[in-house]
Design a protein around this ligand. Sequence first.
Ligand SMILES: Cc1cc2nc3c(=O)[nH]c(=O)nc-3n(C[C@H](O)[C@H](O)[C@H](O)COP(=O)(O)O)c2cc1C
Length: 197
Amino acid sequence: MRKTLTVGLGVLASCVAWAGPISASPAESSDTVRVLVIYHSDTGHTRALAEAVAEGARAVPGAQVVLKTVQEAGNADLEACDALLIGTPTFWGSVATPVKQFIDGQRPFMGDKVGGAFATGGSDGGGKELAVLAVLTAMLNNGMIVAGPHYEEDGFRFGGFGATATTGKDSPGMDEAELARGRALGERVARVAQRYR
Ligand SMILES: Cc1cc2nc3c(=O)[nH]c(=O)nc-3n(C[C@H](O)[C@H](O)[C@H](O)COP(=O)(O)O)c2cc1C
């Protein structure tokens, strides 16, 4: 009798352990939001902005952030994320070829995931925001919800398309204000995705 009881309790214990929590892995909670930041960069500027975007997303408690190039990222990454941020250098007023190839490749439907975009460009007026809008247009076409950063000026609040930085002789390299805009974008998109989730 005692043996039967012991075996019975053992089976029950193993069933409970097997059943476990069904909703999420131990590292996840209701706050968990998976943010994927992908970019292309030939000379490092867009990579620096991508790192700032990722840093901003990481500042949101519960955010799990993955940073990859367009060559490294694949369908599994896209399927797994709740939020996607794509960064590109501006090429002739639009998205750079490797980013366009990534977007145009065979990709999963991204419906209801939250998206954001960022771009660097050599000159003021060289079309950085057009590159951002081209990425957001593709995201909207793929069913995504798009978001940009909020900012405040003279007591008024505004929303931006995304984050951009001028890297050529008008404003060489990356400056702190540009990196701050990248962080603000990453944080906002992660927060929107978290709320939506
Ligand atoms: C083929 C080509 C086209 C470019 N066209 C533009 C452009 O239309 N407008 C602009 O502002 N910068 C343009 N640039 C400059 C890049 O956008 C800029 O240097 C960018 O910051 C490079 O990013 P990366 O350092 O991440 O490679 C162009 C660069 C290349 C190579």
